[in-house]
Structure formats: structure tokens, C-alpha cells
Design a protein around this ligand. Structure first.
Ligand code: HEC
Ligand code: HEC
Ligand code: HEC
Ligand code: HEC
Length: 155
């Protein structure tokens, strides 16, 4: 019995990896725009960019905010339209993860959660669940959010 009590105190401390203790927060897609202008332009035309506006009169309903904003309920994520207007809608970081560390040191692969370590399909279906997108097919849906815009060569 005593062992169980001790274990139940210790386990949470052991399980949390050191990494997750670092303070990561959401910086908003305007910041990503500084270095990824082409992707920003592509994303801007996407329905995700307009997801907050779709809520109309439900813009303070916590249930809706989880999927129509960026990082709602997470540290450094969306709180409300008034406090965090820069995190409205489904922005870059809703899929790529919070970017504070990446912004500081973009070429360090360890500065990611942004990018390589992410299983994007798992990320999508957190919002595109059975309820909202029963027909979800990752490969098909991924093509529809292609956000790299080829730069036009000026003549
Ligand atoms: C200060 C400039 C800068 C900012 C701001 C920035 N990035 Fe980057 N990002 C880079 C550079 C440079 C690379 C290329 C790193 C490399 O290939 O080594 C990169 C790479 C990436 C990659 C590809 C990683 C991979 O696996 O190849 C993604 C995804 C990404 N950034 C997303 C974002 C998002 C989302 C934001 C905003 C939250 C953001 N970036 C903000 C400069 C920036
Ligand atoms: C944070 C929640 C969230 C995540 C994560 C997310 N989506 Fe979405 N997605 C939405 C919402 C909300 C809409 C509807 C936007 C609107 O019209 O208001 C949407 C719309 C879309 C649409 C347009 C659907 C249509 O009818 O044209 C596509 C395609 C899509 N998402 C693909 C993806 C893919 C692929 C991923 C993963 C890489 C993904 N989404 C991740 C919330 C999310
Ligand atoms: C679990 C995530 C989730 C929650 C919670 C959620 N939505 Fe959505 N919503 C989505 C996704 C994903 C889509 C895109 C569906 C698709 O086309 O595949 C969507 C689409 C929509 C659309 C359609 C946009 C359009 O014009 O086509 C509206 C409107 C909408 N949601 C409003 C709401 C409201 C209001 C609430 C709260 C009552 C809410 N949503 C809660 C994920 C969610
Ligand atoms: C709805 C989810 C979603 C949103 C929103 C989103 N991305 Fe992406 N992004 C993806 C997916 C999925 C890929 C492709 C990964 C692959 O090819 O497997 C990708 C690819 C990229 C890449 C190329 C690097 C790579 O890993 O292929 C960059 C850079 C990038 N996104 C930046 C951005 C920026 C900047 C924004 C916001 C302006 C943004 N993304 C918004 C899902 C998203």
C-alpha cells in the first residue's frame, strides 16, 4: 500500500520529459510570415484562415474555440478575441506546433516541434473527427491545403 502511494507520487514526475518543461508558446502566423511569405500567402486563401469568422455568434463558446482557433486551452495559446486576437482561426501553429523556439533558432532541427517530428494526420483528426468530417481522407485533404505558392518572376 505504501509503495503504491509513493509510486503514484513519483510517476508523474518521471514521465514528463525534460523537453516539455520548456516554455513554448504560440507566436501567430504574422510572425511566420516574416520568413515564410510564400506559405503565408497560400494559407491566407485557405478556409482555415477564416475558421474564426465561421463561428459568427459563437465566438466565445469554449467548445467551438478548440477547433476554430490556434492553441486554445494550451499554454501560450488562444484565450479570447480580446486578449489574443492574433491567434484567431486555424493558423500555421495549429498544425505545425507552437513556434516560439523555432523563431529564435530556425535552422536548429531541435528547435522544432514545428516540422519534421509531427505526424500531421494525427493532428488533423483532432479537429476533423468523426463528427465534423466523417469522410476525412488525409491524402485528399492534404492536397486541398497545399500552401506553398510559387513565386512569380517579375518581368
Ligand atoms: C526568423 C525566421 C523564421 C521564422 C519567424 C519562422 N521560420 Fe520556419 N523556418 C525558417 C528557416 C530558415 C527554416 C529552414 C530550416 C532548415 O531547413 O534548416 C524554417 C523551416 C520551417 C519548416 C520546415 C521544417 C522542416 O521540417 O523542414 C516549417 C514547417 C516552418 N519553418 C514553419 C514555421 C512556422 C509555422 C512559423 C511561425 C510559427 C515559422 N516557421 C517561423 C525560418 C523561420
Ligand atoms: C485546430 C483544428 C484543425 C486542424 C488541426 C486542422 N483543421 Fe482542417 N479545418 C478546420 C476547420 C474549423 C475547418 C473549417 C473552416 C471554416 O470554413 O470555417 C477546416 C477545413 C479544412 C478543409 C476545407 C474543407 C472544405 O470543405 O473545403 C480542408 C481541406 C482541411 N481542413 C484539411 C486539413 C488537413 C489536411 C489538416 C491536417 C494537416 C487539417 N485540416 C487540420 C480545423 C482544423
Ligand atoms: C472537434 C472540432 C470542432 C469543433 C468542436 C467545432 N468545429 Fe466547426 N468545424 C470543424 C471542422 C473540422 C470543420 C470543417 C468540416 C469539413 O468541411 O470537413 C468545421 C466547419 C464548421 C463550419 C462550416 C464552415 C463553412 O462555411 O463551411 C461552421 C459554421 C462551424 N464549423 C461552426 C462551429 C461552431 C458554431 C462550433 C461550436 C458550436 C463548432 N464549429 C465546433 C471542427 C470543429
Ligand atoms: C491545416 C494544417 C496546416 C496549416 C494551417 C499550415 N500548414 Fe504548413 N504544412 C502542413 C502540412 C500537412 C505540410 C506538408 C507536410 C508533408 O509534406 O508531409 C505543410 C508544409 C509546410 C512547410 C514545408 C515544410 C515541410 O515539412 O514540408 C512549411 C515551411 C509550412 N508548411 C509552413 C506553414 C506556414 C508558415 C503556415 C501558416 C502561414 C502553415 N504552414 C500553415 C499543414 C499546415
Amino acid at each position: 500500500m505504501r509503495i503504491l502511494i509513493i509510486l503514484s507520487i513519483l510517476i508523474p514526475i518521471i514521465v514528463i520529459p525534460a523537453e516539455s518543461k520548456e516554455k513554448l508558446y504560440y507566436i501567430g502566423s504574422r510572425k511566420c510570415r516574416l520568413c515564410h511569405f510564400d506559405y503565408f500567402q497560400g494559407w491566407e486563401k485557405d478556409l482555415h484562415a477564416m475558421a474564426f469568422e465561421s463561428l459568427r455568434r459563437m465566438k466565445d463558446n469554449p467548445y467551438c474555440l478548440k477547433c476554430h482557433t490556434t492553441g486554445y486551452g494550451e499554454p501560450g495559446g488562444f484565450i479570447s478575441e480580446k486578449i489574443t486576437p492574433q491567434l484567431r482561426g486555424v493558423q500555421c501553429e495549429a498544425c505545425h506546433g507552437p513556434g516560439s523556439k523555432h523563431k529564435e533558432n530556425p535552422t536548429d532541427p531541435n528547435s522544432l516541434p514545428v516540422g519534421t517530428h509531427i505526424d500531421y494526420k494525427t493532428v488533423c483528426i483532432q479537429c476533423h473527427d468523426q463528427n465534423w468530417t466523417p469522410q476525412f481522407d488525409y491524402e485528399k485533404y492534404k492536397k486541398r491545403i497545399e500552401h506553398k505558392v510559387k513565386k512569380e518572376i517579375k518581368k
